[in-house]
Each structure stands twice: as C-alpha cells, then as structure tokens.
Design a binder for this molecule. Structure first.
Ligand code: ZN
Length: 425
C-alpha cells in the first residue's frame, strides 16, 4: 500500500510546473560559461563537506564551505588527474551521503552515467564541457526542473535571466566595514545624506524601495546569531555621531552594527520584503540555532521570517516556531540533501503543527559551478515529500488528492505568496 501511494504521489508531484526554487547561490549564466567544468566541480557544492569530514584535507585549515580544497578542486590550471586523485580515496566514505545522492541522480538524469569509474570519468568530463553553452541555465532550471523562479543569493542583482530573482544580504544595510566612508558612499548612490542616524535609517528605507521596485529584490538574508540586547535609539545615535567624527571605538562599532541589524529586520517588513534566515548545519552550529531569532520575531510582528534548512538539527524547534508565530515560515531548502531521512521523518510533524500555508518545500542551494545538481536535488525533494505524505495517507490522515494539494502549496503557491512573486510580472 505505502509503495503504491508513494509512487502515485511522486508521479503527481514530479508533474508540477511553475515550481519556486526558494534558495540558490547562482551567479548569472555567463559566469558558469566562463568555467571549464569537470567531475571535480560536482563535489564542490556541498559534497565537499562530506569529503572534509572524511579527512580529505585534515592537514589544512579549512572554512566550513570547503575553503582551500574547494579552490583546489575548481582550479582547472591544475591537471584533472591531480585534482581527482584528492577525491578518489574518499569516494567509498562519502558515496552514500545525501549530498552524494544528489550528484548520482544528476549524473544519471542529466548526463546519463551511473557511476564515477576510470571508464566513465573522461566521458562525463566531455559531456559536461559540451553541455556548458548558452542556454544551459534555462535548460536545467526551466526546462528539466520546470521551475518558474529561482530565488538566488550571490550578492548581486544584474541577472539577464528573468527566472533568477535576487535576495541580498541584510548586511547591505547594517554592515559598516569602512564606517563613515561606507555610509557616505551609500548615501551618494541614492543622492541622499546620512549625517545622522535618523538620516541613515531613511537612506536604508529608500534603498529597500529602490531594490524592490527597480532591481527585483524580493528579500534580504541574515544568519541566525546568539541574541544580545541592542543599544537604545539614543545610545545608537551617539555612537553614530562618534563614527562620523572618526572617534568610535571597535566595541562601539560592533554595538552600532548590531543595533542596525535589529532595525533592518523591521525595515525589511516595512518594505514588504521577506527576511530569509540561515539556521543550522555549518561548523560550530550552536551559533546558528534558529531559536536565537525568537526575540527579533516577537519584536517585529510585521516582518516575515523565512527560517531556512529546517533549522537542522533543530528540526522540531523550527516546527514549533512555525506553529507559534504568525510571522515565521519554514523553508526546507537544502534540508533534503543534508539529511534526506531526517527531513522525511520531520515532515509529518510539520503537518501536525505548522499551518500548511507557511511551508516551502524546496531550494537547491547551489552555485553556478554545479547548477545541474538542482536536477538531482529536486528529484530527491519530490520523492522525499511523496514518501512523507504517503505515510500520512496510509495512516488515513488525508486522501491522495489532499496530499497532492498540500505538496502543490509547498512547491508553488506558498513561496509565491511569501515572497510576493506576483509583483515581478
Ligand atoms: Zn545557501
């Protein structure tokens, strides 16, 4: 019974078009076409995490995104054989991770190969190079995946591809790397002044309206961070004045930027944009606990928070947050490839507690160097959701028809509404 229901649901879900891919890191296609991709590129995002955990660069200092090893794997001035030799010994260790599963499905579905062997690798490299031509993004994203929009974060808005819709870091408002010079530069770009803190906040408001109305930006993104009480408005104004007088200390600058982060969360809601929040997984993940956001969520009822990645490993806490506050949404971007089964087992718990209108099913979370892996990841997300909902059908919690309706909301309607994508035209 379960198997038949799962297959019926999977077939229906794989038939959806107008899917919203709710999170990517894609640069414009031109940047991908400037690369010479090969098999090593398929490991760079995020299978490199499994390689590092398996010890592939144990002797080097690495950041959580793969740092040096990633640069090495994608440096095509180094012969392929030398780069592949770094990966090959670790293939048995990582072969069955969910990150790898997305790669295997991509190899099969996009390039028609089942495995990486001395016989197949040269042919895969050749196929990847041949496919790397204008129209690649459209073929992968729109053609194969039937995605209407991919919401993408690469710190830029210059996308000729209309199906790529930018989200920018919250730091464009609250990070002041060069202090006075930064605010003056931002003010001159808008033809405004930012001599005082209230002026700077008005500049932030104008910036958001400009980005929303002219550059198709639909949201801002921040990381979960341990909460600290922000300065009062008066304290922040005083530090801002010291910054403009070039006498602010480092600690005061930290406090001012923390205050601005807090304010920017509210401004995002004022501009009717959505605030995406990275939660969980990376490195010392204790700092990325989704629960750190609760004070901000309560203080900013007018801001919509899109909590990413099921908050892995806090999948239950994230479900409770989605069910407790009207302004918290839950986004399963990346979750299916961090752990397919952790995500699957959590899905019925989300249906139990989170309003169905607040769940977003999918985001590939890939960079340009492996855009084709969206195919493998989406296939996993579709099957995963089919499996989780099949269990609920077997338990008589819903009919097959209602399960398909739910999945459709999660893949299509909910992200469209949350990010106001109808505004894009
Ligand atoms: Zn991401």
């Amino acid at each position: 019974m379960f198997e038949e229901v799962k297959e019926e649901l999977r077939t229906a879900i794989c038939g959806f078009d107008q899917i919203i891919d709710a999170h990517e890191h894609l640069a414009p296609e031109s940047e991908r076409l400037a690369m010479t991709p090969d098999v090593c590129f398929l490991f760079s995002h995020y299978l490199i995490g499994s390689l590092l955990a398996a010890g592939a660069a144990a002797e080097e200092k690495q950041d959580v995104h793969g740092g040096n090893l990633r640069g090495f794997l994608m440096d095509t001035s180094i012969p392929f054989e030398k780069r592949w030799a770094r990966i090959a010994p670790y293939l048995p260790a990582v072969r069955y991770t969910a990150y790898a599963e997305a790669m295997w499905r991509t190899l099969r579905e996009v390039y028609g190969f089942d495995d990486l062997t001395p016989a197949t690798i040269p042919a895969i490299n050749e196929a990847m190079r041949l496919a790397n031509k204008p129209g690649l993004y459209e073929e992968i994203i729109v053609g194969r995946c039937r995605i209407k929009y991919s919401l993408t974060q690469a710190g830029r808005t210059d996308y000729p591809e209309r199906f790529l819709v930018p989200i920018l870091p919250l730091g464009i408002l609250c990070d002041l790397p060069e202090r006075r010079e930064t605010v003056e530069k931002r003010a001159s770009e808008r033809g405004m002044t930012a001599k005082t803190l209230p002026e700077y906040l008005d500049l932030c408001r104008a910036t958001l309206v400009h980005l929303r109305d002219n550059e198709r930006v639909v949201g801002l993104k921040m990381m979960s961070q341990p909460h600290a009480e922000p300065l009062s408005d008066a304290e922040a104004a005083a530090v801002y004045a010291k910054m403009m007088g070039r006498t602010a200390e480092d600690g005061e600058m930290w406090a001012l930027q923390w205050y601005l982060r807090d304010k920017s969360v509210g401004l995002c809601g004022e501009a009717d944009m959505t605030l995406a929040v990275h939660a969980g997984v990376w490195g010392d993940f204790r700092n990325l606990d989704p629960r750190h956001n609760i004070p901000l969520i309560e203080r900013n009822p007018g801001t919509r928070f899109d909590i990413y990645h099921m908050g892995i490993p806090w999948v239950r806490d994230t479900a409770i947050m989605g069910g407790n506050w009207h302004n918290v949404y839950v986004n399963w971007a990346w979750a299916h490839i961090v752990s397919y089964y952790m995500t699957q087992s959590a899905i019925p718990e989300y249906v139990d507690f989170v309003p169905a209108t607040k769940i977003l099913a999918f985001g590939g979370d890939y960079g340009a160097q492996c855009v084709e892996k969206i195919v493998g990841h989406l296939s996993m997300a579709q099957e995963n959701i089919a499996a989780a909902l099949a269990r609920m059908v077997v338990d008589r919690r819903m009919t097959v028809e209602k399960a398909i309706d739910l999945a459709h909301m999660w893949f299509c309607e909910n992200p469209t509404k949350l990010y106001r994508l109808d505004r894009l035209g």
